[in-house]
Design a protein around this ligand. Sequence first.
Ligand SMILES: Nc1ncnc2c1ncn2[C@@H]1O[C@H](COP(=O)(O)OP(=O)(O)OP(=O)(O)O)[C@@H](O)[C@H]1O
Ligand SMILES: [Mg+2]
Length: 219
Amino acid sequence: MIQIFNLYKVYPDNHPALTDINLHIKKGDFVFATGPSGAGKTTLIKLIFCAERATRGQIIVNGINLAKIKKSGISYLRRNIGVVFQDFKLLNNRTAYENIVFALEVTGARRKEIKRKAWQVLKLVGLQNRLDATPLGLSGGEQQRIAIARAIVNNPTILLADEPTGNLDSEITQDIMELFKNINERGTTVVIATHNKNLAHQYSDKHILLEKGRVINPA
Ligand SMILES: Nc1ncnc2c1ncn2[C@@H]1O[C@H](COP(=O)(O)OP(=O)(O)OP(=O)(O)O)[C@@H](O)[C@H]1O
Ligand SMILES: [Mg+2]
């Protein structure tokens, strides 16, 4: 599903962010990338959905070699990858429902189909009754649920999340993690980056432990 071979990432004028990474994330895995601040977690996530390009090495996602991908290939790749961020990244001038369907509208899906899919994910995240609210009228946990609904509405094979509970209190964090677990149990491969080791241990035994840009646990 996600294979990484001898991956290096060096940002301009900086020390290497990732050094000689080798990983194999299998279909259906629920895996955490953990490590202290600056370890390279965000960089790893960004490389997988092509928000950054590798300096050296190979990343293969769903059989696509990201080193060779062109612009049109990137949009195709991203249809199969949902991404969730710490700060939700919702459009504040749109309703929860509009935030979710926005991603579908750009794919040219039919209206009826869009509505059906949006309802399905709203139900999954438990927010059918808040579809008309704008993000600022929702709690942090609710905003993240909407962001997760948006990330999965296209039925991606992979869901990436970068510190998805970083802005949430511990009780809401558990709810959001349960939601990720649910999504994983429906067959989606889930990769979560977090500095919170305890959380990672609570929810999975598959960990990628990063330190100063290197994987320090055996792959
Ligand atoms: N756009 C960038 N330009 C230059 N250097 C960067 C950039 N993004 C990250 N870095 C550097 O790459 C290294 C890894 O950063 P990264 O954001 O991947 O770490 P992280 O594990 O996600 O940290 P945190 O827990 O603080 O989010 C750090 O040394 C950081 O300073
Ligand atoms: Mg980060």
